[in-house]
Structure formats: structure tokens, C-alpha cells
Design a protein. Sequence first.
Length: 327
Amino acid sequence: MPRPVTLTLSGAAGQIGYSLLFRVASGELLGPDTPVRVRMLERPDALGAAEGVALELQDAASPLLADVAVTADPRTAFDGADHAILVGARPRTAGMERADLLEANGAIFRTQGAAINDVAADDVRVLVIGNPANTNTMIAAAHAPDVPADRFTALTRLDHNRALAQLALRAGVSTREIARVTVWGNHSRTQYPDLRHALVGGRPALEVVDRAWAEGEFIETVAQRGSAIIAARGGSSVASTVTAIVDHVRLRRGGTPPGDWSSAGRVSDGSYGVPAGLVCSFPVTAADGDWHVVPGLEVDAFSRARIDASVAELADERDAVRHLGLL
Ligand SMILES: NC(=O)C1=CN([C@@H]2O[C@H](COP(=O)(O)OP(=O)(O)OC[C@H]3O[C@@H](n4cnc5c(N)ncnc54)[C@H](O)[C@@H]3O)[C@@H](O)[C@H]2O)C=CC1
Ligand SMILES: O=C([O-])CC(=O)C(=O)O
């Protein structure tokens, strides 16, 4: 057996945490031969619930679970972390303005970023799920100056999977037949799911589905899927989010298939005209355990306008958190 890796999960007693931990125990996230030390980070008032999840995790009797611990202290939780999955966030409640949400979550991600900087393993990889995911990632990375910025990603694989599924339904094919879908921008309604470079059975997607659908209904369906799930279920996506987390981590570690790519929110280095420092979803390949932005894709006027609109929202969020002193 290889040495155990340490995985720290914030929000471990929440819906996503409750489901994800059992995918860790089964070996789906980190592989069937990797023992894991799980560190569950929760708010003080949810420690009891987190302890209950830890008891259930023990009852999974997984040979891969080397150790499970629960804490409300970020510095204890991230000590030696190889993988940090940041799910815990303050949800928007009645009467909260957008700025209140940014402020409450900004404070959480500032503290956690600083703790990761100080005590996590040197090669830590950080995946942020808690919303607003892109801006939370930017704040965490900004407070971890000793950790290379490209070790931080915001989850947009859920949006990517939603795009794959909608295209597969429209084209009447399996998602296995589809490659090179991209989600650009913010994990919000302004995101741009892009079929310009996508392939269906090796053919350009825009020769298989009609352009009006690709530029209209498709984008709206994918971008508003989170809201549609909330309206239908009375709660936000959980199982599909966990599936996307598993996809993201497995692809990063195992590599994206030749000729295909995924999407992930990355600290921009200025690629595709996205201002450096913003955390924007890009097309990405994985090799040797790292994500790389796919270079050199043509961006036509339609795509440019869509990307710019989502990037403008990211810049607004950055300005708001700067104003709050969180950057
Ligand atoms: N990026 C994406 O694709 C998606 C993001 N999300 C976001 O993921 C987040 C979590 O969703 P759920 O698990 O369904 O919510 P939830 O409310 O069931 O769980 C959140 C958990 O985080 C904990 N928490 C809050 N502040 C914390 C802190 N400072 N430290 C540690 N734990 C803390 C809470 O006590 C709670 O147990 C939400 O922000 C949601 O909007 C959800 C679906 C998709
Ligand atoms: O809006 C939410 O809280 C859930 C979410 O991010 C999504 O389903 O994409």
C-alpha cells in the first residue's frame, strides 16, 4: 500500500460532504489503492453532526480509511493536507444582500487560505466548491502567497457535465461520443458553455446540432441548471456536484483523454484576454497532476462577447471584495 494521503474537507457535515466522504471511502476519488487520512472541518455548531458523519464513515469499514478526525480549527484541519476540498460556505438567507454573502464567505476563505499557506503539505491541491466559488477561490489563493496560484481551482466540472448531457440529448448520442466542450467564466448564470470547438462522434458539434440552439437554449439551460434543480428539488444539486468533484479530481490525477479537455476555474495568467488574477473557468487539460489551460483556441465575436460578460461579473465581485478589505 502507498503512504496515506491527507484529505481535508470543509463543510463535511453538509449535504455535499455527507455524500462525498463515502466516495472517498470507496476509493473512487483517490483510487482503490490509496489510503486516506480524512480531516473534517466544520463550524463549531455543526461539530456534533460532523462527529455523527465520522461514526457512519467508520461503519463503511473501508480498508482505505487510515484515520478520521473532526475539528472546527482550520489550522488543525489543514495540517499536512495533500488535498483540500472547500465545500463549507455560508448560504444566502432571506434579507441577505450579495455584498453580505461576499463578506461572510470572503472571511471564511481568507482564514482557510491563510491556514493552507501555513500548514498544508508543500504540494497541496485546493478545489473550491462553496459559492461564490470563483471569487472564494481568488480570496483563498490571495491569502496563500507561498502556494503557487495554479494549485487552486474552482469547480466548474458540474457545468461542464451539464453541457455534455444537454448536447448528448440533443444529438441523440452517448456523452462518450462528445469531446472538447468548454465552460468559460463564472460559476453563475453568466457562464458561457461553448460548443464552437466541440466534437460529436469526431464531427464539429455545430454541424450536428443547429447553431440557434447552441447559441440560445443550450446556453440558457446549462447556465440556469443550478436554479432549475433548486426549483424542482427544493435544494441545490448534491449528488451531481459530488460526481463532478470525483470527475475533476480523477482527471487531474489521471490525465484528460487525448483529444479532449475539461473545464475548471483557474487563477488567470491573462490567457484569452481574461485579466490576470481573476478566477475564471477555462478549457483545461491535465498532465502530471496539474491543470493547463488549452492554448490557441479561436475566439470569435460571439464567444468574445459572452466571455467578456462573465468576466465583467468576476471583476465586479473582485472589486466588491477589495472594497470589503478581503484582498
Ligand atoms: N461549484 C459548484 O458547482 C456547486 C457549489 N455548491 C455550493 O456548495 C456549498 C455547499 O453546499 P451543500 O453541501 O449543499 O450545503 P450545506 O448547507 O448542506 O452544507 C454546508 C456546510 O458547510 C458548513 N460550513 C459553513 N461555514 C463553514 C466554515 N467556515 N468552515 C467549515 N464548514 C463550514 C456548514 O456548517 C454546513 O454543514 C454551497 O455554497 C453551494 O452553493 C453547490 C452545488 C454546486
Ligand atoms: O446555486 C447553488 O447553490 C448550486 C450551484 O452552484 C449549482 O447547482 O450549480
